[in-house]
Design a protein around this ligand. Structure first.
Ligand SMILES: [Zn+2]
Ligand SMILES: [Zn+2]
Length: 362
């Protein structure tokens, strides 16, 4: 099969032939239909986080099952599925206390000594997050996939595989925004726009979208933002003050979807008394951000939210239904449909802040 192979931050991505191993007992072979480009791919592409080489990046995908392992009973060839980077073992303390989205997923990795899932001759090609979506086929553990309705368009289903689930879930399952709450969403890429939609679906009374890009802010408005703050137009650049001014003292919830120290600090300073900041932006290891301790005295909280804070087998089919009944807008989130050899250029556009979600369509 063809795959986009990553050989290090210094080299360009190249489409190469990669071999797929025989399907293991608890594995699925999936024909990839679509794969979204996510910011965490970009971080790895630029070497912010180190990876074994060579690797096939990508972790946000949907496709059709072509073969199932001998022990698989929940899937059959022809099933439409979304993959997920959060497989769950069902046995660890996190799985057994309702937080299976945090499972370490060791069960889903092939044991040392087994042949690698992807290879070129005798050389292992490493899987990224046990998914590796930038490839014509996906060989994944069965607990890294969920079956979805076949009427769901697969190019849009792919977006649910990471960004949409992360943003919607942060609002609905972790922040638990209640009807009438005020919400600020800082950063309006794929995750932020999903958070804006989550706030609308939850019945928030005010949804303040913040970004530096006027086009993204306009899209946020069509997805439910009631107010927009263009950080590039603020004289003092004080996003938190602008949010407090709009809400007479601060919001009930801030969702940080950028991953920078400045926006993380702003997400706390934008809170009203008793407010909660939910941070979903990915920060490089070692990165810290300052918070005035005084703010926490008034019951403000800071929390993270990983992978939508709900088991994806529960969450993703719900989000598919929300799309099919018109409550979740996904078509508007796709900035370009590209081919496998267009990924490098798309990541450069993402770096420049020009894209919402680019999707590789196979
Ligand atoms: Zn992602
Ligand atoms: Zn587990």
């Amino acid at each position: 099969m063809k795959a986009s192979v990553f050989r290090g931050p210094e080299s360009e991505l190249a489409v190469e032939d990669v071999e797929v191993s025989a399907v293991g007992p608890r594995e699925l072979l999936v024909q990839t239909a679509a794969a979204g480009l996510c910011h965490s791919d970009l971080y790895h592409l630029r070497g912010v986080f180190e990876l074994p080489m060579p690797t096939v990046l990508g972790h946000e995908s949907a496709g059709v099952v072509v073969e199932v392992g001998s022990d698989v009973t929940d899937f059959a060839p022809g099933d439409h599925v979304i993959t997920c980077l959060a497989p769950f073992c069902g046995k660890c303390s996190l799985c057994l206390t309702g937080r299976s989205y945090l499972c370490a997923g060791q069960h889903s990795v092939r044991a040392a000594g087994e042949p690698p899932r992807l290879h070129q001759g005798t050389t292992e090609v490493h899987q990224f997050l046990n998914v590796s979506s930038f490839a014509e086929q996906l060989l994944v553990h069965e607990t890294a996939a969920v079956r979805i309705k076949s009427e769901m368009p697969l190019d849009l289903a792919a977006l649910i595989g990471c960004g949409v689930t992360t943003g919607l879930g942060a609002v609905l399952n972790k922040a638990r925004v209640a009807p009438g709450d005020t919400v600020a969403v800082i950063g309006c890429g794929g995750i932020g726009l999903s958070a804006v939609q989550g706030a609308r679906i939850a019945g928030a009374s005010r949804i303040i979208a913040v970004d530096l890009n006027a086009n993204k802010l306009e899209t946020a408005r069509t997805m439910g933002a009631t107010d927009i703050v263009d950080g590039s137009q603020l004289e003092d650049g004080d996003v938190a003050a602008a949010i407090r001014d709009l809400t007479s003292g601060g919001v009930d919830h801030a969702i940080e979807a950028v991953g920078s120290a400045m926006t993380a600090t702003a997400s706390v300073e934008a809170l009203g008394i008793g407010g909660t900041s939910t941070i979903v932006g990915l920060m490089p290891s070692g990165k810290t951000f300052p918070v005035q301790g005084r703010l926490l005295l008034d019951d403000r909280r800071i929390q993270g939210a990983y992978m939508g804070a709900m088991n994806f087998r529960m969450a993703m089919p719900r989000y598919v239904d929300m799309y099919l009944d018109g409550r979740l807008l996904l078509d508007e989130m796709v900035s370009s449909r590209i081919e496998l050899d267009g990924i490098g250029a798309s990541f450069r556009a993402m770096e420049a802040g020009d894209t919402l979600r680019d999707v590789v369509v196979f």
